[in-house]
Each structure stands twice: as C-alpha cells, then as structure tokens.
Design a protein around this ligand. Structure first.
Ligand SMILES: *Cc1c(COP(=O)(O)O)cnc(C)c1O
Length: 385
C-alpha cells in the first residue's frame, strides 16, 4: 500500500465511546439491556420518531419493517436500483417481489414519476433510499403512496441527522431504518434501528427481533419476580447489545458536529472541482443533507477513459474511492432474477457507469483532501477529449 494512503473512510470514535464501552463491560450486563433502551429513547428524541427498536443491522430493520407491515408472497415492493443490495435482498427474504423504479439523474434518488408507472394492483410498499444522505422528495412520494394505499419504508442508512421540510428523517414514513455499520455517519461497529410514527408497528417487530420471546431477557431477571419466557411466533436474532448501545449513545451526541465537519469538506470539494468534467448530486429545496457520501458523476462523453480507469488511477495514487452503487440489476443474481433491465432503467444504468464517491469523513485532513482534488484534476485533465 501507498505510504500515505488516503482512506476512503475512517470512523470517528473518541474517548467518550471508549469510556462508555468500558462502563458497559463493567456493568454486569452486556447483552440487550438498559443501554439499548436508552439508545432507542435517545434516537426517538433526536429524530422525532414515536418509537424505535435497536437492532444488529439496518438489514434486520428492513426485514422486520416488511414483516411488521405484513408484506409477503404475492406482494410487490417498489424500490430503487441505486442502493446497497440489502434493500432488495430483504424484499426477497419476506417472499415478496421487488420492482425497480428508475432514479432522477440529478438527485440520484428514486424518481416519483417512475414509481407511479410501476404501481400495480399488487403493490403494497415502496422503499425510497436517501442516497448519500440527501433526503428524497418525500411529499410527492407519500401522496402517491397515500392515493394507492401503499406503505412507505425509508432506507435511511445514509441519512441520520438529515431533514426534509424542517422535520428529521425518521419521522416521515410508516417505518424508517438507520444503519450504524462502521462506515456510516455514526457507528456502533455493527448495528441498526427501526423507527416508526406508529408504536404498534415497532412493538410488533420487537419480539420478532429476539426469537419471538414475549419478554426481553433483562426484564425477566428484574425485581418483578421470576417469569417464564414464552414464544408467540418464531422470530430472529436481530437485537442490539448494550456494548453497541453504549457506543451509539455517545456517537449520537456527536452526530450534528460530525455532519457539520462533513458539510465543510463537501463545500470544499464542490468549489475545488467545479470546473472539471463531472457533476454533483443536485439538492432539492428545503432539506438538510447528512453528507454521508460525496458522489460525483464523471462526464464520460468528455473523457477518453472509463470510470473504472479513473478509479484505478486514484488507487495507484494512494487514494481510496468507491462506487455507490453498482445498480442492483447489474449484480449477477439480479440479472438472472429480472433479466436485462438496462434499457428499462436508463438513468440508474448510466449512473452505475459514471458514479464515483470521493473520501469524505470528519477527520479527513485538508492537505489530504487537497491531494484528492489535485490528483483527480490531473487524471481528468489528461483524459480530456
Ligand atoms: C449500509 C446500507 C444498508 C445495510 O446496512 P447494515 O447495517 O450493514 O445492514 C442498507 N441500505 C443502504 C442504502 C446502505 O448503505
């Protein structure tokens, strides 16, 4: 590896998280317990959601949200191809049929008109994704859903702290899922959360997240006296533990400060790269972006090289970059599942060929960021037609 390799991502964990984890270890309770409950409450307070369930991943949250909404075989769920495959994998996990709508090429988020075109008599839900942390235009999506009695689960893996029309992501849809994976804006190592404005939905998901047990273990061992656990329905093992929650509580306190640092770096990129043959994700009105990623779209018509060649040159120069995302329909399994969707999803297919995410994280040093900019400038200037 390059001696001063610029990583694509670095998490921001400080002494507060370390102290909190040690306190959890010393507390005598390390599985799901009071710290998990406190983290759920804190995320509700932060987002304005009515109820929350802390989990071991966002993927688990997607699975439980679909289950709690009663979605299963014969049902169709519309989502975007420009997402991490977990979104679509979980639609399959409940036996439902994923249907891909195209994206808006300027925002990279799902296109409302395309969603409208994909609605059938079997459509039961849609899963918009706030790509890179930029909220989808939720009002038209929610109106469409309302008109067709479709549930909306927003995959907010990138979007904790983001807001739309003055209200935080997490308080808009039937269900919202966050990810606390190591690369996400705030992290618990691995982790996720399901939120809803409907406490009944979260309470339906809660036992399924812990084998189907009727009582959480730490409550069974409380002073209320001995209680047997009983299984009402078979469930999964999706709970968060108190070590993760201890970390999450500290990370959440820093969320806005970390996002502000990301925003400053985004502004620097936008100014420094403005004259290059590439474009940025275009904002929509009245949002606050969580700036999880900084994606750029290369203007391949103006260049004599492919996106992957640019990636390779950046890597050789010691700069870590990534692609968010290779569209779902381009993965071998989904190519077999859907057949060829390249012409049916022209915008997502094109984005899948020219997208590139540059390093973005709170501790990215300004001279490293300058090196990213200068290296990309050099690569693109040499490749210009
Ligand atoms: C990271 C991610 C997920 C999955 O999150 P996990 O916590 O790793 O399960 C789901 N959707 C999107 C859009 C993601 O980026």
């Amino acid at each position: 590896m390059h001696s001063n390799y610029i990583h694509f991502h670095r998490y921001s964990i400080g002494q507060e998280e370390k102290d909190a984890v040690l306190a959890a270890l010393d507390s005598g309770w390390i599985t799901k317990g009071p710290r998990v409950a406190a983290f759920e409450t804190a995320v509700c307070e932060y987002t304005g959601a009515a109820a929350a369930l802390a989990l071991n991943s966002c993927t688990a949250g997607l699975h439980l949200a679909l289950m709690a909404l009663g979605i299963g075989p014969g049902d169709e769920v519309i989502t975007t191809p420009l997402t991490f495959v977990a979104t679509v994998n979980m639609i399959l996990a409940v036996g439902a049929t994923p249907v891909l709508a195209d994206i808006d090429p300027s925002t990279l988020n799902i296109d409302t008109q395309s969603v409208a075109e994909k609605i059938s008599s079997r459509t039961r839900a849609m899963i918009p994704v706030h790509v890179a942390g930029q909220p989808c235009d939720l009002r038209p999506l929610l109106q469409l859903a309302d008109a067709h009695q479709i549930k909306v689960i927003d995959d907010a893996a990138h979007a904790i702290g983001a807001s739309y029309h003055g209200k935080k992501i997490g308080a808009w849809c039937d269900a919202t899922v966050f990810s606390f994976y190591a690369t996400k804006n705030i992290t618990t190592g691995e982790g996720g959360m399901l939120l809803s404005q409907d406490p009944a939905l979260v309470e339906a998901a809660r036992p399924i997240s812990l084998h189907g047990l009727s009582k959480d273990a730490w409550k069974r061992y409380s002073n209320a006296g001995f209680q047997h656990y009983l299984v009402d329905a078979p469930g999964y093992k999706y709970n968060m533990n108190d070590i993760q929650a201890a970390m999450g509580l500290e990370q959440l306190k820093k969320c806005d400060v970390l996002t502000q640092k990301r925003r400053e770096k985004v502004l620097f990129y936008q100014q420094a790269l403005a004259d290059l043959p590439l474009s940025f994700q275009q904002p929509i009105r009245d949002i606050e972006h969580a700036h999880h990623l900084f994606p750029v779209r290369l203007d391949l018509n103006a260049l004599r090289c492919s996106r992957d060649q640019v990636l390779e040159k950046l890597h050789q120069a010691g700069i870590g970059c990534a692609v968010h995302f290779i569209p779902v329909h381009e993965h071998p399994y989904y190519q077999r599942y859907f057949g060829n969707l390249q012409t049916a999803l022209p915008q997502a297919t094109a984005a899948g060929q020219d997208l590139l995410s540059l390093p973005l994280y709170p501790t990215l040093e300004s001279d490293d960021q300058l090196r990213v900019v200068e290296t990309l400038r050099q690569i693109l200037t040499q490749a210009k037609k």
